[in-house]
Design a protein around this ligand. Structure first.
Ligand SMILES: O=C(O)C1=C[C@@H](OP(=O)(O)O)[C@@H](O)[C@H](O)C1
Ligand SMILES: C=C(OP(=O)(O)O)C(=O)O
Length: 440
């Protein structure tokens, strides 16, 4: 199968990184704001919309569903910088139109699973598909609850393409076997389009951007611990929103600064929603000097700055309970552990169902660079006792692996050549330029 991403980028070793970084807008929040804007009454303007391919896939799908989307650059009042801004004319609840072609979700699991929840209530058939990576990913987790609500949903052996024929949905009480914010979102958005009360009981807390975004658009969402309830039929109102910087993108810089002696990075305007900040606590537990400050709350989402300095790394075991709050940051934490210290992660079997098998591809890649790393059935073990050699590594069509290997390569003796490095465009276009600008 041909690789989706073909560019090779060379990462030279670095002694230290220094500077101030503003990472692109949060991918999870951008998807949600765009989808809720399409369901809202009136116009929504979203500044700092995530520039990566995943969030562009969401916009393209919404356009195919009859939504008018305009993209332009606006100027940030504080920094004077140009920021990607999107304007969406809402179609109102149940107002999307039947698409004339398959909906291409590209590389984005979030787009496919969350849109499925919205489309489950619309009385037409939509086919959701994506690139080779997405077509390998499990979809029964959304198919099952949406079928229970009354939609006709089929998949290809549990994988995309997923065909959704929407109908008159019934509210449900749903308890998934595994924690997933995407499944929670699909069920809550389907529930919003019923006539009754939908309840979602999470086995463990996951990112709660959907709950916060629904409130920002004027809906009432009832949250008691891990039990979330939404009443159907609530109208959403379009509004102006600013997306905070993505903490999962900031994590690459935070880990790089923690890894390299003499580094000091300040990450500004980062989303600091408590369901996303576990990475910064883990960096502290690993020994790094991390200072986090919330500056403001934008549309229910805390935003602030994070300062990170290197300190000698220690050993850390992450257990299954740690995993949901850190799921997208585990590859870069493994990369950090190659710089010293030691990291053992279990209970993260879900990593095998991401853009790549993020256990096998991660461990193989780190080993190719000379790391002392082992694969576990549901995690990995990395010992940072020896310096990496560098060399060639394959990003496995996975944006987070491309960036994690770059962070690992900063500590190597020789340059690291990352094949398929253009995968970074999925969530962080310009990642390698920022890296070069931060070299001390
Ligand atoms: O809800 C979201 O925005 C996301 C939830 C997580 O996936 P799961 O819901 O599959 O755990 C995460 O890995 C993904 O990058 C984004
Ligand atoms: C898993 C990810 O995203 P998605 O599931 O939306 O493809 C990710 O960004 O790491």
């Amino acid at each position: 199968m041909p690789a989706e991403f073909t560019k090779t980028v060379t990462v030279r070793p670095a002694t230290a990184l220094e500077g101030v970084v503003r990472v692109p807008g949060d991918k999870s929040i951008s998807h949600r704001y765009a989808m809720l804007a399409a369901l809202a009454d009136g116009v929504t303007r979203i500044s700092h919309y995530a520039p990566g391919k995943d969030c562009q896939s969401t916009l393209k799908c919404l356009e195919q569903l009859g939504t008018i989307v305009s993209r332009h650059a606006s100027f940030d009042r504080d920094t004077g910088a140009e920021v990607p801004t999107v304007q969406i004319v809402g179609r109102g609840l149940l107002g999307l139109q039947s698409p004339t072609a398959d909906l291409d979700c590209g590389n984005s699991g979030s787009t496919l699973r969350m849109l499925a929840g919205i489309l489950a209530a619309h009385p037409f058939t939509s086919v959701l598909t994506g690139d080779a990576s997405l077509r390998r990913r499990p979809m029964l987790r959304v198919v099952t609850p949406l079928q229970q609500m009354g939609a006709e949903v089929t998949s290809f052996n549990g994988r995309p393409p997923v065909a959704v024929t929407g109908g008159n949905l019934q509210p449900i009480t749903y308890r998934p076997e595994s924690p997933s914010a995407q499944v929670k979102t699909a069920v809550l958005l389907a529930g919003l389009q019923t006539q009754g009360l939908t309840t979602f009981e999470e086995p463990a807390g996951t990112r709660d951007h959907t709950e916060r975004a629904l409130k920002a658009f004027g809906a009432t969402v009832d949250v008691h611990g891990h039990v979330i309830r939404i009443a159907g039929g609530q109208r959403l109102t379009g509004r102006n929103l600013a997306v905070p910087g993505d903490p999962s993108s900031a994590a690459f810089w935070a880990c790089a600064a923690a890894a390299l002696p003499g580094s000091f990075l300040e990450l500004r305007d980062v989303g600091l929603n408590p369901s996303r900040t576990a990475i910064f606590d883990v960096l502290r537990r690993l020994g790094a000097d991390v200072d986090v400050q919330v500056d403001r709350v934008d549309a229910e989402e805390p935003v602030g700055r994070v300062r990170v300095r290197h300190r000698t790394m220690s050993r850390l075991d992450l257990t299954p309970a740690d995993v949901p709050g850190l799921i997208d940051e585990l590859p870069v934490l493994a990369a950090l552990a190659t710089h010293g210290g030691e990291l053992r992660v279990t209970g993260a079997g879900e990593l095998r169902a991401k853009e790549s098998d993020r256990i096998t591809a991660l461990v193989n890649g780190l080993r190719a660079l000379g790391a002392d790393a082992d694969e576990l059935p549901d995690g990995f073990h990395v010992r940072g006792s020896r310096r990496l050699l560098g060399g060639q590594v394959d990003a496995a069509d996975d944006h987070r692996l491309a960036m994690a290997f770059a962070v690992a390569g900063l500590g190597a003796l020789e340059p690291t050549l990352i094949r398929g490095a253009d995968a970074v465009d999925v969530s962080y276009p310009g990642f390698f330029d920022v890296l070069d600008a931060l070299r001390k």
